[in-house]
Design a protein around this ligand. Structure first.
Ligand code: ATP
Ligand code: MG
Ligand code: MG
Ligand code: MG
Length: 469
């Protein structure tokens, strides 16, 4: 059974053999792209090559790209621990053609790698194409011999990718693996498609058109290819597992989490271990790429992920900080492929330890307050906004942490009320500032500004360029 490390190598060497330059993953903080919170797909580092703004001495590339989807348009944070296939941090394997080969070669590459090198049974695979993309459907039929009912035509934006409102765009094709009828779910496009039986493993984007301000489009001169396959998803199926979290690498982290909390990996705490394993990866890689916990922007997303993990560790009964003790297991698993992890190991451990030590001072009391509030509420009622705000303001509970904590009770938070309480505090801070130049007042203002800035990350929702659709 191949390990995730072996699968990553097989992928890269397959495309290297086929004339692709093996390019390093770019950092999680995109260079020169303030509109994008984190690198969320393989194409991000190649954007300027697709638009023709930049050229390099290769026209084909292959990467294993570090991705984080925990903010902005692509936000999988709430899925983590609960679906079989989502992480906040994952590796996206990709092959790219910059005005070189197109559909008629990209599809055969993917098919050959999956069914020959990875030896996946053909009858487990099915694909979607954009409903008007006869070309792609024809290539699939010819190359893979798939029957019509396993080439599913989808009319939605799931199968049409665009870089932004203008610029390169085009249809895409998604490859799905059928994990078998013992798992609930229907094929893509059906009413049960949200189930976990048919799992998307690979997305091939055909950059075919260029879109203009007035809504018109024309054929791109240089048509390009951008693909992305989740390493953890292909890994799960090649290891005979249904769930990403049962792959060798994730399993090692889950066991480490069980170890440091003296609990069972598969007992009732399993969901906590899954969340911890996932969040350990995203926080460690973000720290390695220079993001530090803070109260706004990227740093606040990092802090939110950390604190979520810390609550789950707390639920497992951890009394002392534990996150930093998991870092060696992560370095063992991933340090060879990503040396930056090794270089930053001490920093990662120190930062996690400090953050968890600090958060522990209020976590306990905050959770008790939350329990008291819940006792007072009628069944099913949402947590009032002021309570959520108090947890945020006094106990350092990010809103999404409170929502995560309420998840098992089936309750939500009155988010409008939370926003109103936040706005009220902002207004008060402004009022006390005006007309006063006292140093003391200024200190209050800076405190408040720090807290208020905590919501600024919402501004990244406007990100214009994303990776795969
Ligand atoms: P899904 O529909 O399952 O959420 P997606 O269509 O959003 O996936 P893409 O944007 O097409 O995903 O990304 C390319 C590939 O990256 C996917 O086919 C999948 O294998 C992988 N992938 C995407 N999101 C995640 C995630 N949160 N965790 C792990 N792998 C992912
Ligand atoms: Mg998605
Ligand atoms: Mg999809
Ligand atoms: Mg997709």
């Amino acid at each position: 059974m191949p390990s995730l490390n072996e699968i990553r190598s097989t992928f890269l060497s397959y495309f290297e053999r086929n004339g692709h330059e093996v390019v390093d993953s770019s950092p999680l903080v995109p260079r020169n792209d303030p509109t994008l919170m984190f690198t969320n797909s393989g194409m991000v580092q190649f954007k300027n090559l697709f638009t023709g703004v930049e050229t390099r001495d290769y026209k084909r590339a292959t990467t294993s790209q570090k991705c984080v989807r925990a903010g902005g348009k692509h936000n999988d944070l709430d899925n983590v621990g609960y679906t079989a296939r989502h992480h906040t941090f994952f590796e996206m394997l990709g092959n790219f053609s910059f005005g070189d080969y197109f559909k008629d070669q990209a599809i055969p590459f993917a098919w050959e790698l999956l069914t020959r090198d990875f030896d996946i049974p053909k009858d487990r695979l099915l694909v979607t194409v954009y409903h008007t993309d006869d070309e792609a459907a024809d290539v699939w039929k010819k190359v893979a011999g798939l029957p019509d009912e396993r080439i599913i035509r989808i009319p939605t934006s799931d199968n049409f990718w665009q870089m932004g409102d203008t610029g390169p765009c085009g249809p895409c094709t998604e490859i799905f693996y059928d994990h078998g009828d013992h798992i609930w779910g229907g094929p893509p496009g059906s009413k049960d498609e949200d189930g976990d039986r048919f799992i998307e493993i690979w997305n091939l984007v055909f950059m075919q058109f260029e879109k203009f301000e007035d809504g018109t489009q024309r054929d791109l001169e240089a048509q390009s290819i951008d693909t992305g396959m989740g390493l953890e998803r292909i890994g799960a199926l090649l290891q005979g597992k249904h769930d990403n979290y049962d792959t060798d690498l994730m399993r090692a982290l889950i066991e480490a989490s069980a170890n440091v909390t003296s609990t069972e990996p598969d007992g009732p705490g399993n969901v906590h271990h899954r969340v911890i394993a996932d969040h350990l990866r995203s926080t460690s890689f973000l720290l390695a790429d220079g993001v530090m916990p803070s109260n706004d922007g990227r740093g606040y997303v990092l802090r939110r992920i950390m604190r979520r993990a810390m609550r789950h560790a707390h639920l497992l009964g951890a009394t002392d900080p534990v996150m930093h003790r998991l870092v060696p297991a992560l370095v063992t698993q991933m340090g060879a492929a990503y040396p930056e992890l090794r270089r930053a190991q001490a920093l990662i451990e120190e930062t996690l330890k400090l953050e968890e030590t600090r958060f522990k001072q209020t976590l306990d009391r905050g959770l008790r307050l939350l329990d008291e509030e819940l006792d007072r509420l009628p069944e099913g009622a949402a947590l009032p906004g002021e309570a959520a705000f108090k947890l945020y303001d006094t106990y350092g509970f990010p809103l999404d942490l409170t929502q995560d904590a309420l998840r098992e009770t089936g309750r939500g938070v009155d988010v409008a009320g939370f926003d109103a309480a936040m706005a009220e505090q902002k207004a008060k801070a402004r009022a006390s500032w005006s007309g006063s130049g006292e140093a003391k007042e200024a200190r209050v203002w800076f405190d408040v500004a720090e807290r208020v800035a905590a919501t600024e990350f919402l501004g990244y929702d406007t990100e214009v360029a994303e990776g795969q659709v």
